[in-house]
Design a protein around this ligand. Structure first.
Ligand code: SAH
Length: 224
């Protein structure tokens, strides 16, 4: 939807690793990611911009990487898989993301849906993410420094909600902020976590358990 990323200066790591990027995309395909819009966005989004310099050279490996504050930028496979699950049958208008972190998943979403509302509890991470999204000219992202476990009621309901930090059980507020037909993609659990997709139907909620995952915990409160 937004092609701004293509205009960003892709010199340096971005350009020289074109082959590395293709290898990453092939790996995602091999792992079963099939949504071509998602694959295209991952191919063109400069993941290295979302990492500190010391980590940037590993940006196109299919691994989670540290972003400070004991948090991690999710593995590309997980970003692709969750995005594909969220998009499901068709395009989405309003999407809520819990856990902005580096802003990479936010950037991917912003190119595939109309508006992204992203909540982060650590102010410093949010500020860095905001700068990167501005640099990429992704203007359809709205940010909130808050405890995302409560969702973002003032901006709801949402056609899709994605959490990138795991609660022990799904917060009721998130379910309530789903529009009819809307989907929540969320890792759930403590030591052992599973990715779940919850769809709001006319009768209530339908839950599908997708696969085992390993996310940082969803924590209460905010950090200045
Ligand atoms: N999607 C991110 C992943 C970051 S890791 C990325 O692509 O980089 C998970 C993030 O969730 C962390 O930044 C963490 O601070 C945040 N988080 C944890 N609990 C939260 C909460 N209750 N509300 C909002 N953000 C939360």
């Amino acid at each position: 939807m937004v092609t701004a990323v293509n205009r960003v200066d892709l010199n340096g790591i971005g350009m020289t690793s074109q082959r590395t990027r293709e290898r990453l995309i092939q790996r995602l395909v091999d792992q079963g990611v099939s949504n071509t819009a998602v694959l295209d966005v991952i191919r063109t989004t400069p993941r290295h911009l979302f990492l500190d310099e010391a980590m940037a050279h590993r940006a196109y490996e299919d691994v989670a990487l540290p972003i400070g504050f004991n948090q991690t930028l999710s593995q590309p496979y997980i970003v692709a898989r969750m995005t594909e699950l969220l998009l499901g049958a068709g395009p989405l208008r309003r999407v809520l993301e819990i856990g902005t972190g580096s802003g990479y998943q936010t950037a991917v979403l912003a190119q595939l849906v109309e508006e992204v509302y992203s909540v982060e509890r650590i102010k410093a991470l949010q500020q860095k993410a905001r700068q990167r999204l501005r640099q990429l000219k992704l203007r359809n992202v709205h940010m909130n420094h808050a405890d995302g476990g409560m969702g973002w009621a003032e901006r709801g309901p949402f056609d899709g909600i994605m959490a990138t930090a795991a609660p022990e059980r799904i917060p009721e507020d998130l379910l309530q902020q789903l529009a009819p037909g809307g989907r929540l993609v969320i890792p759930v659990g403590g030591q052992s976590q599973h990715l779940q997709v919850v769809t709001r139907t006319h009768e209530g909620f339908e839950t599908e358990i997708v696969e085992a995952v390993n996310f940082v915990p969803l924590r209460p409160g905010t950090v200045r």
